[in-house]
Design a protein around this ligand. Structure first.
Ligand code: 5GP
Length: 121
């Protein structure tokens, strides 16, 4: 059982978000601190804390999140140019909200690798 997060409040509409897609399983909304011209978060309505907590029963939900990403990309017209989907896990992955989410980034060529630090010190 995961703790309640800010994303639960967005799902229940207790706090506002700029929602771009919703169905019975998932919600997609604009990130409050965008890192690209398009930066959306796609979340399951069922709370799952981290990608470590994805069990067999959640496979359909997680697949659905990526299907939603593709649908939004086609609908918003950036599917052909491309985009990035990212899921951060725990401290080293840079996760700050413990309700799994797919970051959908688009609208410019995105650098790779996405981190700045040196691999060797
Ligand atoms: P993480 O660091 O966990 O991978 O990503 C969490 C994301 O949630 C961050 O990109 C952050 O900007 C976004 N975020 C945190 N709080 C809110 C909020 O209240 N509303 C929205 N729309 N985004 C949020």
């Amino acid at each position: 059982m995961s703790k309640e997060t800010i994303f639960d409040k967005i799902i229940s509409k207790e706090i506002p978000a700029d929602i771009v897609y919703e169905d019975d399983m998932a919600l997609a909304f604009k990130d409050i601190n965008p890192q690209a011209p398009v930066h959306l978060l796609i979340i399951p309505k069922q709370p799952i804390a981290t990608t470590n907590d994805i069990g067999k029963e959640q496979r359909e939900i997680v697949g659905h999140l990526f299907w939603v990403a593709g649908e939004i990309a086609r609908e918003q017209g950036f599917a052909e140019q491309g985009y990035r989907t990212v899921m951060n896990c725990n401290e080293h992955g840079g996760q700050t909200v413990y309700h799994i989410h797919v970051h959908l980034l688009a609208g410019k060529p995105l650098g790779w690798p996405p981190y700045q630090e040196r691999l060797k010190t």
